[in-house]
Structure formats: C-alpha cells, structure tokens
Design a protein around this ligand. Structure first.
Ligand code: ZN
Length: 315
C-alpha cells in the first residue's frame, strides 16, 4: 500500500507523470539451470502480481500517446518482450490475460522460420553436446562439460569469445561449434508467423526489432535502414498493419545504436522506440529513445522498492 502511494507520488496523473516500461525476454515453462536469469511461469506470474499491485499497466501504444498528451493516469506502466520467443505466446500470454494486462512484443522477424539468435545457438549446442569436453570455436582450447556447472561456464566462455566478432565471422564460429557437435542450429524456440499474428489478434502490440537482430552500429547506414525497414515490412505482412513501436537490438545508445538509427526508425514509420537504458519516461523524453527497466530481484519487497527507486530518481 505504502509503495503504491509513493509510486503515485513519484508518477502522478497528468503532464507530470512518469511511465515505467518493464522488459522481458523469455518466460520459461519450467526453470532451466542453463538460463538462471529468465523467469519461469510461476515467477513471471508473481512478477506481474507485484507490478499490478504497484502500477497501472496500460496498453503500450496508448501509454506512449498519453505520455506526450499529458493524460496518463498515476503510476502508469507498460510491459514489453524482446526477440520473439515462442514461450512468450505459450507461457506469457495466458498469464498476461489472467492479470488483464496488455503488452508489446518486439520481434526479430528473421528467426520466425525455425531459426535462433547466435547466443541461443551457443547455449543449445552446449546443452545438447555429448561427451566430456568441447572445443572453443576458433581456438585449440577445450572446455570440460561434465556437469551443468561446467556447461554454464563453457557457454559463458564461448559467448565471450564470439560476441564482439563481426557478424559473418561470429556466424562461422557458431557453425563450427554446431558442426563439431553434430547439430543443426534449428529449433522451435522462436515463434512462427502464425503465433505472432495470434498475439496481435489477442490485442497485444507487435513491434519492430529489426530482421536479424544486428548491432546497428556495426552496420553501415544502408544496411541498418534495410534491417529496420525489412523488420517493419515483415510484421506488417504478418499482422496486417504497420508497427508503431520499435525496440533497438541490445538497446544501448552509443554502443549498439546512435542518433542516425533513431532517425531511421522514425523514417520507417515507427512512432515510439525503446532502449535498454534504465530510467523512466516523462514528457521531455525523446519519443525514439524511451528507457526501460526491470528489477532483477526475485523477492517482492526488493523488486518493488527497486521499481519505485527507478520511478523516483531525478529526471
Ligand atoms: Zn533483442
């Protein structure tokens, strides 16, 4: 009760309001020891309970419009998901519906055909690997993978080794890893277009997240614009209407994208775009750089206090 009152003071109704935007990636059906940071269904349900007890969760597009109109209610919030994981449909959607909450789903459309993003390909390759050790791609070093703890370390080591390589080189290292382990890099981890259309049909917002989830700053302008526009066109083809909302892949200004990309996103027809910088949006926020923040705490009090601090911190 006190937390809700303090949140309402920090984010009052009207032009002085402050919009909290939570973001998630996966919502696991069951806990996964190789993905310790991703909430499972029970935890996600509890998190939505905490958010609902403290905030008013609004439709994401409507919330953005009302932010700039100065007509938000007190303690407003929005829930978003990045990338397009299938569990967003199978696990998160029914839980959202039970809580009567809308959300936005930012979809990297190039993976809707059985593909996976490179980090997931590494995780799944190591998860399924037979044997006691595997080679770090691009090196002669081997890593032990005798138990889950060692597999987690191996995943971290490999991700660190390939993460910052140019996309082509990174792709060939991932292929090398998969070939060495006799794996294909295909899965049903991401949604297929039909499920994205059903999210839209269920009243959820489907937003852009580029086609192949590149670090935009690693591309030239022509390639960046193509990624942004192709992703938007793919979504329009799937749901029948052009997306209004966008989230930058990785989402950090200066390291993942810059002002040029914000202008490209606007020119592609998006009206509002989200970063992964912590903070809260107010009327002075740039519409193409709205911050997002999700507390990582898994206890209700800590989660809610951290969410309050995020709202209350000086603009
Ligand atoms: Zn993403």
């Amino acid at each position: 009760m006190i937390l809700r009152a303090l949140t309402a003071m920090a984010a009052p109704a009207g032009p002085r309001s402050r919009l909290s935007v939570f973001y998630f990636h996966r919502t696991l059906a069951e806990p996964d020891p190789l993905l310790p940071d991703e909430p499972d269904a029970r935890m996600f349900d509890r998190i939505l309970g905490w958010i609902g007890a403290q905030f008013r969760v609004l439709d994401p597009l409507e919330a953005c419009e009302r932010l700039y109109d100065g007509t938000l209610p007190s303690r407003p919030a929005v829930i978003t998901f990045d990338d397009g994981y299938r569990d967003n449909y199978t696990v998160a959607l029914p839980i959202l519906q039970r809580h009567r909450m809308g959300a936005a789903f930012f979809i990297a459309t190039g993976f809707l055909d059985g593909g996976m993003m490179f980090n997931d390909r590494v995780i799944e390759a190591v998860r399924k690997a037979a044997g006691d050790s595997l080679a770090i791609p691009g090196t002669a070093d081997r890593l032990p993978i005798r138990d889950l703890a060692e597999r987690r370390i191996a995943i971290e080591r490999i991700l660190r080794a390939v993460k910052h390589l140019p996309p082509d080189e990174r792709h060939s290292r991932v292929l090398e890893l998969e070939h060495g382990l006799g794996q294909t890099g295909r899965s049903e981890m991401m949604m297929e277009p039909g499920l994205v259309a059903r999210l839209h049909g269920a009243g959820m917002r489907v937003g852009g997240h580029t086609r192949t989830h590149p670090i935009l700053l690693a591309l030239n302008d022509e390639e960046s614009l193509a990624e942004i526009v192709n992703g938007a066109d793919d979504i329009a083809a799937i749901v029948g209407t052009s997306p209004d909302l966008f989230a930058y892949p990785n989402g950090r200004l200066g390291s993942d994208f810059d002002d040029r990309h914000a202008r490209m996103v606007a020119s592609a027809g998006f009206r509002f775009a989200f970063t992964t910088h912590a903070g809260v949006a107010d009327r002075s926020s740039a519409a193409m750089m709205l911050p997002r923040f999700t507390p990582w705490d898994r206890s209700p009090l800590r989660f809610r206090v951290r969410a309050l601090r995020n709202v209350a911190r000086a603009a």
